[in-house]
Write a protein that binds this ligand. Structure first.
Ligand SMILES: [Zn+2]
Length: 249
């Protein structure tokens, strides 16, 4: 992993909180790393990140970690609203342009090394290594359903729900129903909220619910990105819920 300190972004300010407890992963949606550097370092764009990783695995440090880089925008996770203040933002040189439309091996290897260093330094929980679409599901799609979350999970640097056997899901569903959480949609929204997603005020908006499902599936069910609360998604969610219930974090 080559760390490059040659380029710096003026787009940062003071963190509101001292403690850094999240890592947020993005893609640039720009056609090259050079373009991303100039975009992220241009004062008038008012955006930045702490690190940018190129297709060949070079890591650019654009904002000093002690400062609040501007990568998350309006965001929410588990009662936290200002994710920029408590996170480190990593951009990946990726777009849907043919020149950089793959998550290259070198890029992901550097990302893994970088996340390990950051996690170690700031004692960041696996649950808090997230994508931009997790913390802003109604606005953002990055890093998308092609991002190899499984590689991060296999390195044990990002959370993966374990399959919990011998628990009858019907017991959980009955418990929800007893508590007047009756439809699949209501149950899933309850679980999304419990996991950390922003679910406030979207009960009646089908579009937002779909975006929430897409964000979740793009992260955890990449072979099943349907935007629907289908059987696979619902079963996986119940299992995820049990994981959170049974794990102290
Ligand atoms: Zn982003």
């Amino acid at each position: 992993m080559k760390l490059i300190n040659k380029f710096k972004s003026p787009n940062f300010n003071t963190r509101r909180y001292k403690k850094i407890s999240f890592i947020i992963i993005h893609y640039t949606a720009l056609e090259s790393c050079e373009k991303a550097i100039s975009y992220l370092c241009d004062k008038k764009n008012k955006v930045s990140c702490h690190f940018l990783i190129s297709q060949n695995g070079d890591v650019y440090n654009l904002v000093n970690l002690q400062y609040r880089a501007w990568h998350a925008g309006m965001s929410f996770w588990n009662d936290q609203h200002d994710l920029n203040s408590i996170s480190i933002g990593i951009e990946l040189d990726y777009s849907f342009n043919k020149l950089n439309d793959k998550y290259s091996k070198k890029m992901i290897n550097s990302l893994i090394i970088l996340i390990k260093k950051i996690k170690n330094k700031y004692k960041i929980n696996n649950l808090n290594v997230l994508g931009h679409s997790d913390i802003a599901p109604f606005r953002k799609k990055d890093p998308g359903s092609k991002f190899p979350w499984n590689k991060l999970q296999n390195e044990n640097i990002s959370f993966k729900p374990k399959i919990i056997k011998n628990i009858d899901h019907n017991i959980i569903i009955r418990w929800f129903k007893k508590n007047k959480i009756t439809s699949l949609k209501k149950i899933s929204l309850f679980i999304f909220g419990y996991i950390g997603y922003d679910t406030f005020g979207l009960n009646n908006y089908r579009k937002s619910y779909r975006q929430l499902l897409l964000a979740y599936q793009s992260h955890y069910l990449q072979k099943n990105v349907s935007g629907k609360i289908d059987k696979v998604t619902f079963e996986f969610l119940i299992n995820h819920f049990l994981n959170k219930l049974l794990t102290k974090s």
